[in-house]
Design a protein around this ligand. Structure first.
Ligand SMILES: Cc1cc2nc3c(=O)[nH]c(=O)nc-3n(C[C@H](O)[C@H](O)[C@H](O)COP(=O)(O)OP(=O)(O)OC[C@H]3O[C@@H](n4cnc5c(N)ncnc54)[C@H](O)[C@@H]3O)c2cc1C
Length: 468
């Protein structure tokens, strides 16, 4: 079904039950236009897949974006998080302290930075009230280290040199949010759920002819929606367009007293290093990094060529504990999490990790998502490219996806995001010298790390230590 076509599909196969897949299924199931369409949602694991990007203890829910479009979309999503969607502990409005390691909070100094632009957006476009919380303020600029550390006092360490706190931001219990969305989809009675792993798509010159499962069964649908997150490059050629990058996360256990103290602290996010610590719950604290991440290049049969062609491509794909139960974060990521914990909460500096995880982003060059028809295969639609920031939009992103699918702009924001998320104009996958995508937004860590090389290293260098 091409975007210009008026014909609606009689069958839709959504592959992947993460944020994008579930939210899209929900929006399709509710639309009158699709009331005669058979909708199937395939997921490779019994829901919830523990290694999916959408499944974790927590995700930050914030309108704090330098880009007004995401800030506006988040304002829409926020009403849901503050309502039924976020009830029963699924959403907590803890506040978010966005800190930097520079002294740059005067708006003039900060106007070009992530923090500065985000502050401008939440103040001027979303209309949040500036001032201290005790005076009724919703967003407070923090002009000095003393200000940052006052807001983050329960941590007791060095949390940054300047920044701002947004008391209207919060965090979600990520798995609980996904379970809730799954229930909403199920309650429509319109979606058939299947646990089955897709092995490959079979393409003709202009469309997807069938979807082959690992069980060798072949499925057909008028429209195939790929919502397979970081695994997507295994099913369609996305070289140079989107890549899987592994992000380091570490968890520690807290005592009851530590939970009581830190449990009322805002979430802390450093623009300078990409490191963050989300408000703990149930005596579990998470330290992680929004980084360039690790590439995991693997050689696979070309996803769009017949298997008999023997053609292979190298793409980065997730490696997770599902296939490698002993997989831990590399020493470099371990050291980064450890250094940030020691700096911000010194009394927990030596606390051992209870577990670590490499969680996989689907990164695009500038962090904008990829939500569009494939330029060649007319019945293939992609909704992916989350780039480490899509969870917070779970309640609303599906509606935007379906608008784009139908070629409808419900409002000015719709037209804006449709342009933002489209397949890069004139670009073919696999073109150009660079096939792996390293996102340039405000990432921490270093660019170019390869997972196997990092795992093989026992120690990190002094220079790297100095950078942490
Ligand atoms: C460490 C980390 C921290 C993050 N922090 C935040 C945050 O604070 N705030 C925020 O808003 N966002 C955050 N994000 C981003 C957000 O979680 C993701 O953008 C979002 O969850 C991506 O959803 P998805 O549907 O693309 O992918 P996924 O959730 O990974 O879903 C893809 C699904 O497809 C399935 N699948 C894959 N291949 C196949 C196949 N062949 N056959 C069948 N099924 C298949 C998988 O099992 C999986 O369930 C974070 C992400 C990570 C990794």
């Amino acid at each position: 079904m091409a975007s210009s076509s008026k014909e609606l599909p009689s069958s839709i196969l959504i592959i992947g039950s993460g944020v994008f897949g579930l939210s899209t299924a929900y929006a399709l199931a509710k639309r009158d236009a699709f009331k005669h369409t058979k909708i199937t949602l395939l997921e490779r694991m019994d829901f919830p897949a523990p290694d999916a990007a959408s499944i974790d203890t927590s995700r930050i829910i914030r309108p704090d974006y330098p880009d007004p479009a995401y800030a506006a979309l988040m304002a829409e999503s926020h009403t849901h998080w503050r309502g039924d969607f976020g009830a029963e502990g699924r959403y907590t409005e803890s506040g978010l302290c966005l800190a930097t390691d520079h002294l740059e909070t005067s708006t003039a100094d900060a106007s070009g930075t992530y923090v500065g632009k985000s502050l401008e957006n939440v103040k001027n476009r979303l209309g949040l009230k500036v001032g201290r919380r005790e005076d009724g303020g919703q967003v407070e600029p923090l002009a000095s280290a003393a200000d940052v550390n006052r807001v983050m006092a329960s941590m007791g360490g060095d949390c940054g040199q300047s920044g701002y706190v947004n008391w209207t931001s919060g965090w979600a219990d990520a798995e609980a949010g996904m379970r809730y969305m799954r229930q909403l989809v199920a309650a429509t009675g319109r979606v058939e759920f299947r646990t089955a792993e897709v092995k490959r798509l079979h393409y003709s010159q202009s469309k997807v002819e069938s979807v082959e499962l690992v069980s060798d069964e072949h499925l057909q649908a008028d429209l195939v929606i790929l919502a397979t997150g970081a695994w997507t490059p295994a099913l369609v050629d996305l070289r140079g367009i989107a890549s899987a990058t592994g992000q380091a996360i570490a968890y520690i256990d807290l005592t009851q007293a530590e939970q009581a103290r830190l449990g009322s602290s805002p979430t802390l996010l450093s623009e300078s290093s990409g490191m963050y610590i989300i408000q703990p719950r149930s005596r579990q604290l998470k330290i992680a990094r929004h980084g360039y991440g690790y590439a995991n290049p693997v050689s696979i049969p070309h996803p769009e060529r017949p298997a008999a062609s023997g053609e292979r491509v190298t793409v980065s794909l997730p490696r997770t504990k599902q296939s490698d139960p002993a997989l831990a974060i590399p020493p470099e990521g371990d050291a980064a999490c450890r250094a940030y914990l020691a700096r911000t909460i010194p009394e927990l500096a030596e606390r051992p990790w209870t577990r670590t995880r490499i969680c996989w982003y689907t990164d695009t060059p500038n962090g904008d998502w990829l939500i569009d028809y494939h330029p060649v295969y007319s019945n293939l639609f992609l909704t992916t490219g989350g780039s480490g920031h899509a969870y917070k939009f779970l309640p609303v992103v599906g509606e935007r996806v379906v608008d784009i699918m139908l070629g409808e702009d419900r409002d000015a924001l719709g037209a804006q995001v449709r342009r933002k998320w489209r397949w890069p104009e004139g670009k073919k996958a696999g073109e150009g010298p660079q096939h792996h995508v390293w996102t340039d937004d405000w990432r921490g860590g270093v660019k170019g790390m390869i997972l196997d090389e990092e795992l093989a290293r026992r120690e990190i260098t002094g220079l790297e230590k100095a950078r942490l």
